[in-house]
Design a protein around this ligand. Structure first.
Ligand code: B12
Ligand code: SF4
Length: 386
């Protein structure tokens, strides 16, 4: 199949904010781990979060492990990083540590993760702010005694689930990540933008993405209270001087009432004027009222999962949006002078040379400021997409 997409059209240079944010994106990915580490740190100051990217080679992995000799090594893992994870878990095990993995891959494929890495003692599925400290406490006390939600462990040559995973009902309970625990702290503090989340979960059913999110965060979207979100932004501003914030929430604009509450809470704390925000949206959860709220908040960049310019492809991947909704959202963005970012996803099983051309034409019509292009990526479980 010939690709009709013109590279010149798609290789729009990223806005400087994103280039800088690239630094913190990697680090932001560790934010969850830092949250986890924060709990353990209260009892064990030796716990640190290292950046997997810096640990891609065995000797690089061994150095901090040899220096710190942790009793428990935890690894966050995306499916793409399974090969690296095998190396790191093996190195940790050889140095005598207990090993645990969490994050998207162990969550969607816990049995397969445990089976393919014999040196892995535990896989923790779903949110782990409660379960990882519970595991650490258990191990410190001499072994697993009470059931731990979401924990897969080995017994008699079998992989067993200790108790079904639980989600955290009240997200305000989740502490502000202590990003100073990261070994890449210096780069992080030099960056201009910071990643954060104000909610978890997504009710939509896009086939290239689900059921991963549902397994990680459940079917419902949970929001942090506006005051909790404002407190986190105030903390980063006061402590490190940040003015640029990138909300990575999958559905930032889904709940108008919550959004209005957040804008008010930020305004009350003086976190609007002189501050800049980037948010993800969907073309079917975007309208003039939301755009006005985002404008008032200080949002200047809105990111949409456009995916395709072919309605047939959109329908085949269960995107749940229409080309007309996309046109309307981009019109509103132009009216409110937002910069726009259109994520494009090529190579769905239903893709044809005509649909690729339709995507090229649609991108040219909408004229987003930035267009990152991805290729359909079959992660586990793949049955839904084929
Ligand atoms: C923001 C984001 C990005 C950003 C920034 C990532 C960053 N480094 O900060 C960018 C755009 C760079 C990105 C890139 C990619 N991403 Co991304 N990304 C996300 C997104 C939207 C949010 C991640 C997040 O912070 N979540 C919030 C925190 C709280 O959740 P969490 O990280 O999962 O952590 C919780 C649990 O998983 C668990 N946990 C996590 N780590 C650990 C470790 C241990 C030891 C334990 C016990 C538990 C545990 O506890 C945490 C707290 O409850 C997710 C979707 C989502 N909503 O989560 C996709 C997602 C993680 N990305 C995904 C993918 C595929 C990618 C790419 C591989 C895409 C590509 N082909 O290039 C790259 C990889 C880049 C990289 N090097 O990491 C997939 C992963 C699927 C999979 N099967 O692995 C996801 C799940 C999207 C999806 N539904 O498909 N991504
Ligand atoms: S809207 Fe975004 S986060 Fe939600 S299922 Fe679709 S791709 Fe995933």
């Amino acid at each position: 199949m010939r690709l009709h997409i013109e590279p010149a059209l798609l290789e729009v240079p990223l806005h400087p904010l994103f280039e800088r944010a690239g630094l913190v994106q990697h680090i932001g990915h560790l934010a969850a781990r830092v949250r986890l580490a924060q709990h353990i740190l209260l009892r064990e100051p030796a716990v640190r979060a290292h950046h997997q990217q810096f640990l891609h080679e065995r000797h690089a992995a061994e150095q901090p492990l040899e220096e710190e000799r942790p009793g428990l090594v935890g690894l966050s893992c995306l499916t793409d990083f399974m090969p690296t994870s095998v190396v790191l878990i093996r190195a940790a095990k050889e140095l005598g540590a207990a090993t645990v993995m969490g994050g998207p891959h162990p969550t969607i494929a816990p049995q397969a993760t445990m089976t393919s890495i014999p040196e892995l003692d535990y896989a923790l599925v779903g949110e782990a702010e409660k379960s990882l400290p519970a595991l650490a406490a258990s191990l410190e006390a001499g072994g697993l005694s009470a059931p731990i939600p979401g924990l897969y462990y080995r017994e008699g040559g079998e992989v067993r689930l200790s108790a079904p995973p639980e989600i955290i009902e009240d997200l305000d309970w989740v502490p502000i990540p202590d990003r100073e625990l990261l070994d890449v702290n210096r780069e992080y503090l030099r960056a201009r933008a910071i990643n954060l989340h104000a909610s978890r979960g997504c009710p939509f059913r896009c086939r290239f993405c689900q059921p991963t999110l549902e397994r990680m965060f459940g079917k419902k979207v949970r929001f942090m209270g506006p005051a909790r979100v404002a407190a986190e932004i105030e903390f980063y501003h006061q402590k490190y001087g940040f003015h640029d914030f990138f909300f990575h929430d999958d559905t930032f604009t889904i709940n108008k009432k919550w959004l209005a509450g957040l804008v008010e809470a930020l305004g009350r704390k003086d976190l609007v004027k002189g501050f800049r925000y980037v948010v993800n949206s969907r073309v079917d959860t975007f309208d003039e009222e939301r755009a006005a709220l985002l404008k008032e908040m200080g949002v200047y960049y809105v990111l949409f999962g456009l995916e395709s310019g072919s309605q047939a492809v959109l329908d085949s991947i269960a995107k749940g949006t229409t080309l007309e909704e996309a046109r309307q959202s981009f019109r509103i963005c132009r009216k409110f002078k937002f910069r726009t970012h259109a994520y494009v996803l090529l190579g769905a099983p239903s893709e044809t040379s005509q649909s690729l051309k339709a995507t090229e034409d649609f991108v040219a019509e909408l004229r987003p400021n930035t267009v990152p292009v991805s290729y359909t990526h079959l992660t586990l479980p793949t049955k839904r997409i084929v």
